[in-house]
Structure formats: C-alpha cells, structure tokens
Ligand binder design. Structure first.
Ligand SMILES: [Mg+2]
Length: 281
C-alpha cells in the first residue's frame, strides 16, 4: 500500500513553493497546466512563465538553440555543403579556395600523414572531414563559400523560430540595442539572419561577436563584450540554451535567461520557452 497521505502532501507542497517562488520573484504566471489525476496520483505538468528583466539596455543573443533550431546546421547546412562540394572544382581560381586547398594539403600531411595529389583528393578529404564534423579552418572556409552561394541564390533560408522576428522588432522599437554572440563565424551569422525564413533580420543587430572575441564558456569574453559595448555588464541580457555559457555571462555580471526550445533540458534558474516570454521593464 502506498502512503497516500505522504504522496498527497508532497504533491501539494512542491507546487505550492513553486507558485510562491514565482510570485515572490515577480514573474507573471503565463500558463499553468491543470493538474491531472490518473490512477489516483497527482501529476504535475511542467509550466512556463514570462520573466521580467529590469534595467536592460542591450540584448545579446546566441543563435543555435536560441533563435534557431540546432537541427538547421545538421539537417540543412551540412548536407547542402556535401551535395554541392563538387562546385569547388569550378571555383579554384578564387584566392580563398586556393588558400583553403593549400591548407588542406598541409593539414592532411601533418594530421594524417597523407599526401594529396589532386583536386579530387582535396575534395574527398574535405567531404570526409565534414562528415566527421571537424573544426578545421579550410573546411570552414569552403563551407562558408558554398553556403553563401546557397543563401544568395535562394536555396538556403536561415531558420529562425516563428516569434523571433517580431520580438527583435519590438525590442528595437522600445529602444534596446541588440547583438549576436555565436560560435559560428560573423560571416555565417550574417548569412543566417540576412537570408532568414523571416526575411532580412540584419537591420535589427548592431553588433556581431564570434569566438575571435573569446570562448563562449569563458567569463572574460563577456567582460570584453560589455567593455566593447561601453555598458555595465548588468545592463546586458544574454540569451542562450547552454548552461555553461549562461554561467560565464552571469559571472561577468550580465543578466541571463535560458531558452528552453524543444529538445533543450531546462537547467537554469531563469528559463523561457520562447522570446515572447521575455519582458523588459
Ligand atoms: Mg546555443
């Protein structure tokens, strides 16, 4: 026999404290799903609420898992690159391609002791490195070139979650400045937002930061960004799906909120399901 009294008590007490916490922390409750009682047991369905942030002058957003589905990179960008890699043969006259090919030859020798003899050899190894998701400079270069072509001829549209464009518009209209911080290169960031499913979103962003400023999990990177913006870190609200990044930003003094998109585990004190739940006061 279950201890029915204990079960009811614990199921009542924990939601009570969650409610109390939200009221005390001044979060307006957006939605609380009803309690269901199958098999005589109380089940608490997760709830989400709007979060209010004060004294924010700048919103700094991550891309993958925040404005954009993580799947976009793996389901759209990477396959596009592999399908179109043969087009590099007709691009060998470009300085960037020549430089990337030379780097590929050198890296193949130093990393794998393999001597590449032809353009086909170079393309084959770049194809394999792409399958292995290697973070190698010449691979990044040629990926960027083919993606740029794809975006510009309309074959690729940058994924953004449906509410993102309206939220950016609303925040900008209210006088906030907006910026991007992503591990993808600044050129790649501008392509995603410049050719997004919601149109050209680049006019909303005043700054773009990538890992040339510093690592996303390092506190000093966020200090540097606030310095570059000439703001106190506490005036910046950082949006990300990754706890380690939020932690680094918070340690630098920034305000933080985790985007819990489908597939993301909620593991930060301030969480929202999408941009509509972020309120700036
Ligand atoms: Mg992310």
């Amino acid at each position: 026999m279950r201890n029915v009294k204990g079960s009811i008590l614990s199921n009542f007490v924990s939601p009570f404290f969650i409610l109390l916490f939200n009221i005390l922390s001044n979060n307006s409750l957006r939605r609380i799903e009803s309690l269901e009682i199958p098999n005589s047991e109380l089940i608490i369905v997760p709830y989400l609420c709007a979060m209010t942030f004060k004294n924010v002058k700048y919103i700094l957003t991550d891309i993958e898992g925040t404005t954009t589905s993580v799947k976009f990179v793996y389901d759209v960008l990477f396959p596009y690159f592999r399908e179109h890699i043969g087009e590099l043969r007709s691009m060998v006259a470009l300085d960037e391609v020549q430089r990337a090919f030379k780097q590929t030859v050198d890296l193949s020798q130093s990393l794998e002791s393999r001597k590449l003899q032809s353009v086909d050899d170079i393309i084959n190894i770049l194809y394999r490195w792409s399958q292995e998701d290697r973070k190698i400079t010449p691979l990044k270069t040629v990926q960027g070139l083919l993606w740029e072509k794809g975006y510009m001829n309309g074959e690729i549209k940058g994924h953004v979650y449906p509410e993102v464009a309206d939220a950016l518009k609303k925040w900008q209209k209210s006088g906030l400045s907006l910026g991007v911080f992503s591990s993808g290169s600044i050129a790649a960031q501008k392509l995603i937002f410049g050719y997004s499913e919601a149109g050209d979103l680049t006019p909303f962003f005043a700054h773009y930061f990538d890992t040339t400023t510093g690592g996303k999990r390092e506190t000093e990177t966020y200090t540097k960004i606030a310095d570059e913006l000439a703001l106190s870190p506490s005036e910046v609200l950082f949006l990300s799906d990754i706890t380690e990044e939020l932690e680094a930003a918070q340690t630098a003094g920034m305000q933080t909120v985790q985007l819990v998109r489908p597939g993301t585990e909620s593991n930060w004190p301030q969480t929202v399901a999408d941009f509509t739940e972020i309120e700036i006061n």
